[in-house]
Design a protein. Sequence first.
Length: 406
Amino acid sequence: MRTVLFNLWPYAVRCVLVFLMVAGSLAVAAWVCNSWRWSPVASYLAGGLTVFLSLAPFVGALRTWRWLLGFARHVKTFGTEKSDKVTLRYSPRFNDKSTVIALLQQIEQSLQELTEQFGYSVGKQRFLTPYTIFASRRRRLTVYLLHDLDEALRSFGWVGGYSLPPANAIVVVHQGSNPVFVARHEMVHLFAHYWNPAAPPLLGEGLATFLALGRESTAPMTPAHPMGVEGNLNDLLRDFFKLSRVRQNYFLAYVLVASLIHHFGWEKFQHFYRKATPDNFAKLFRKVYGAVLRDDLDFGKPCVGSLREYAKVGSLEGWPVEPAGIVVGSEMTLTPGTPVLASRQGSWWRAYVIEVEPDCRVRVRFVGWDESWDESLPRDALQFHPGPTDWKGPALSRKGTPDFTG
């Protein structure tokens, strides 16, 4: 447990500082009220205002502290494997150590590739902000490898990967995901944190997805709005992680970043990323690229991206799966809610029936994707799945989780 707290010490220090600042603020307020001989009403008002202003940072630090202790208790029994630049701490639920070693080698290779791409080592800090002022100066990457979604939700409070920039660490879930892709995605966040710790998720998640997939995975897309999905710039900047649209938002972010790098180059994108904030995004875009970014993300150039490769980015339950081989024939009865596998873009996806339409067509909704992705498919593009009938997945709640970069 002490090893984990040492690895994540920037978060512990930040919590302690917030606690001290709150206590100091209350002490100063009490001293001022007594020294200046304020009236009881003024003293109560000053004390109440101090408590009100201190409440939000205190609660945030308390939640982070509780998360830190809980996570440290959970991973204290983890095994450890090391390479030249990576420390991999893995769950004791892994029975095959060769899987862990192979993953460590792949992460080491991805780290080297990203170091060459960005031109500096992971963990480099540039800006002194409340988030980075106590950042670790170590260049060694720590990877916490969790076995499955249940373990991630129980120990970390969230399913999927996370980056912890001040600690030069990432969290990766193995089962039900592509751990190499997830690790690479989160490592991009660590590198990009040096450019701009406060970059909008529209750029941060788009860049992480683009580099995790590989720059060679892009290709021109039609129509102007890929897959018929339209974006709203203000929503993407202000509420990117809204659960009802988060998968679409990731897709749009990936397409936007891929298109910018494809049409204007890596150096110009880097310049844009370094200075971008939600407030200056459109104005800075026009200044850097000499084009107007419309609210629907159109900037006068064709979209670039790869839906088939992007499928790795969707929610874990929304990723492609192996075909089941049980064809849905015309004689088989389908009702709303029937779980199926649907063929699209050369892959098979979990879905369920919404409506049985005329002419042997079935309207389905893809699991992990909202209603804007619904599609009417012929029966020969569907297969029965012999697995469980409920694919909604665990509830995703950030309760008790600090503000990490996802």
